[in-house]
Design a protein around this ligand. Structure first.
Ligand SMILES: C[S@@+](CC[C@H](N)C(=O)[O-])C[C@H]1O[C@@H](n2cnc3c(N)ncnc32)[C@H](O)[C@@H]1O
Length: 445
């Protein structure tokens, strides 16, 4: 990962710092913070520079914090978290970008004036210069601990090592990579080869994704709204792992299908595009604002289905009693499979969240199962890598649900160690970390 810093002075770093602080101090999500912050820059290169600073500083936060602890004799006060984060921003530039080191240090130090903390100027200058002198020995010391070396919270590192004794390192490394930009062609609009040609004519090279019928990987990152056919609904942005949902559920014309946790509608729209004839799809979402995003996405893609705000764990409040042929349960989860796209998850997620999510998932599974037809199928999905939310969740469901059985998944991808379903580890076949399990309800006696 590297980024040149032409045009970029202390202002870009100041804005990047504010964005990091919004995530770390105020607990905001990077997906909210990033678009707001980047909107301040009209220059494409400045936007790219700031984005790299923010994503990188958050991605490497746990390693950078360990380095900072080696350099600072006394901890800074809580009210000086801005100075703390500014040190991390400086360390990130020295370690992970090709910005000239003297410029990285001086422009970072200059931010102290904008913070109105002139006392911090000498401190930050000293810390960053000491680091440059002692980089090799400090990094060697910090990297003795794997959680620090791979920049993940200790609890998560331990959970991964327990669940994947042979793969934990590969997962942690993949989580620190920049994720590919994958598109899903809208087959109702054009075929995949046609989209590839249109993109190529516009100067954007793509590769066909071997595991997705409609997937294309863009070779360079770009503002996708500028690509041909975006406005007309010719494609969506969707990781290859998420594109597996429709392929596994195989929606067929005339089927009555529930998309139980639907917003922002990535999989809803794929289900609607997938079948040759119309499906009778009902999309449910608990958060009204998120349902608005689903509606906007369907509108752009010129797709229609019924949707409503509702709690999947309380079908009595929204279900009309007509059993579903198929259900997609893309359950609320820890999102620990998509850390490479959302590095702030490393910061926001805590062990107590997992216990709570496991309870919610289990309640939704139990509540939705009676709404499925005998002989019907439910696809359970999460973007988590934690077995409690995935294989163990489904194992427990199968033990208490006598009319549920597993349908084997005939797919190439994924880690074969799960007792139920298939776990995609981040980076496997280039995909995000995901879990899928297909369940079938017994025919009535
Ligand atoms: C993993 S996201 C779904 C992503 C979506 N399927 C897509 O492909 O774009 C989970 C969604 O479930 C919603 N949700 C959480 N709890 C829910 C519940 N009890 N009932 C319905 N939706 C819920 C969340 O607000 C969130 O939008």
């Amino acid at each position: 990962m590297s980024q040149s810093n032409e045009n970029s002075g202390s202002h870009t770093r100041f804005v990047a710092l504010k964005m990091c602080l919004s995530v770390i101090e105020q607990g905001r999500s990077l997906s909210q913070v990033l678009p707001e912050g980047l909107a301040q820059f009209s220059d494409r290169r400045e936007r790219a520079f700031v984005q790299n600073l923010v994503l990188g500083t958050l991605r490497w936060q746990f390693r950078l914090m360990a380095i900072r602890s080696q350099l600072l004799k006394k901890k800074l006060k809580a009210k000086d978290e801005d100075v703390n984060q500014l040190i991390l921003l400086g360390l990130f530039q020295i370690l992970y970008t090709d910005t000239a080191k003297h410029a990285a240090v001086s422009e970072t130090v200059n931010v102290t004036a904008k913070l109105k903390k002139p006392w911090a100027k000498g401190l930050i200058n000293g810390v960053l210069r000491n680091f440059m002198r002692e980089q090799a020995s400090i990094c060697a010391e910090v990297d003795l601990k794997p959680a620090q070396k791979y920049a993940h919270p200790q609890w998560f590192f331990k959970a991964l090592r327990k669940a994947y004794p042979d793969n934990w390192q590969q997962i942690l490394e993949a989580n620190n990579q920049i994720a590919p930009l994958t598109l899903r062609n809208n087959r109702k609009f054009q075929n995949r080869d046609q989209l590839q040609q249109l993109l190529s004519d516009a100067g954007f090279a793509t590769e066909l994704h071997p595991d997705c019928e409609q997937g294309l990987i863009l070779q360079q990152s770009t503002d996708i709204t500028r690509l041909p056919t975006y406005d007309e609904g010719g494609f969506s942005v969707q990781d290859a792992a998420a594109q597996q949902a429709a392929q596994l559920l195989q929606p067929k014309a005339g089927e009555h299908i529930l998309d139980a946790c639907a917003a922002p509608g990535g999989k809803t729209s794929h289900l609607l595009e997938y079948s040759d004839g119309d499906i009778d799809l009902f999309a449910l979402e608990k958060e009204p604002e998120r349902l608005d995003r689903l509606a906007e996405n369907l509108y752009r893609l010129d797709l229609q289905c019924d949707y409503t705000v509702g709690d999947a764990a309380e079908p009595e409040t929204w279900w009309d009693g007509r059993p579903f042929d198929k259900i997609l349960l893309d359950a609320p989860c820890s999102a620990t499979g998509i850390i490479r796209r959302h590095p702030d998850i490393k910061w926001h997620r805590v062990p107590e969240d997992i216990e709570e999510l496991v309870q919610i998932q289990s309640r939704i599974l139990d509540a939705l199962w009676p709404t499925l037809k005998p002989g019907g199928r439910m696809l359970y999905a999460t973007c988590s890598v934690l077995p409690q939310e995935n294989s163990q969740q489904i194992q427990a469901f199968l033990e208490r649900t006598t009319d549920a059985k597993l349908v084997p998944l005939a797919v190439e991808w994924g880690w074969h160690g799960s007792t139920t379903g298939r776990q995609i580890l981040p980076g496997n076949h280039g995909m995000d970390g995901f879990y899928y399990c297909l369940l079938e309800k017994a025919q009535s006696a």
